[in-house]
Design a protein around this ligand. Structure first.
Ligand code: SAM
Length: 269
């Protein structure tokens, strides 16, 4: 199949997949301990965006939790283009419908990120949390991200990391067997995601592993619900978050991280 056909077929599959997942995401983020973990994840991403960045795009914004925090952390300004505030793009109308409860004023766009509907370098920061691995043309998508970024703009992504062979194996089984993934979804090695980002004309400024115990136990209460039944689930999540920060800061131990955060900017000159 030609690569355009692959992307179109995948778009249809992702729409179907996330139609069914939208209520599940609302349930997943309904627990205080799970929101605590998501907030830690969002803070890890937002802190890379320059303080004065106001034109923000969240690609694959899903049910809008991150978007709501972006609106709060970086309220829309009154400079050129800053009235836009945080913009959320997602291929799934059902996911976006859930997000309207949390961010009623956000600008939401239903579109396939592999065919980006924006023109010109109009964003200061583009975020992509857990959506690149659902796409098929990674290079094309990253080139489009570069195209919509201002000259000094930043791309901040967080994607499933497969550097650890055990995590790679577990993920391969999950993506194949679980109805919550498409068989073509795939995680990245650090090397792989850096290479494709650089091929797209960007300079990678930083990579960082993220999420070990808190990711597993607090990230998906709809799959692994242990913390739902334990007293002190919020406290346990805080402890896991602190421990994960420690693990991910140590070079050998960071192999335990389930995600990788990548910060990149358009290559200059
Ligand atoms: C794993 S979810 C992450 C959602 C959200 N970022 C979060 O952290 O809760 C992936 C999201 O990417 C969206 N998505 C998948 N393929 C897409 C595409 N080609 N274009 C735009 N969005 C896409 C899905 O609809 C879904 O909302």
């Amino acid at each position: 199949m030609a690569s355009q056909d692959v992307s179109r077929a995948n778009a249809a599959a992702q729409i179907e997949l996330h139609r069914a997942l939208a209520p599940r995401y609302a349930y997943r983020y309904s627990f205080p301990f799970s929101r605590r973990f998501q907030q830690e994840w969002h803070a890890e991403m937002i802190r890379h965006a320059p303080r004065d960045a106001r034109r923000l795009l969240d690609i694959g914004c899903g049910t809008g939790f991150f978007l709501a925090e972006l609106e709060q952390e970086r309220p829309r300004g009154d400079g050129p283009g800053e009235g836009l505030g945080a913009v959320g793009l997602d291929i799934s109308h059902e996911m976006l419908q859930v997000s309207e409860q949390y961010v009623p004023d956000a600008r939401l766009v239903t579109a396939d990120a592999e065919r980006m509907p924006f023109q010109g370098a109009i964003f200061d920061t583009v975020f992509c949390k857990g959506s690149l691995h659902h796409m098929r043309n990674h290079l094309g998508f990253l080139e489009s991200c570069r195209g919509v970024l201002a000259e000094d703009g930043l791309l901040v992504m967080s994607e499933p990391c497969n550097d650890n062979p055990l995590i790679r194996l577990a993920r391969a089984i999950l993506y194949r067997k679980s109805p919550h993934f498409d068989v073509g979804d795939q995680g990245f090695t650090r090397r792989g995601i850096v290479e494709v980002t650089e091929q797209a004309g960007m300079e990678v400024l930083k990579t960082k592993k993220f999420g070990v115990l808190a990711y597993v136990f607090a990230g998906f209460p709809d799959h692994l619900g242990l913390l739902r039944f334990l007293p002190g689930s919020d406290l346990i999540t805080r402890a896991f978050i602190g421990f994960d920060r420690f693990l991910c800061a140590i070079p050998g131990l960071s192999l335990l991280g389930f995600h990788i955060v990548v910060v990149a900017r358009p290559r200059r000159g």
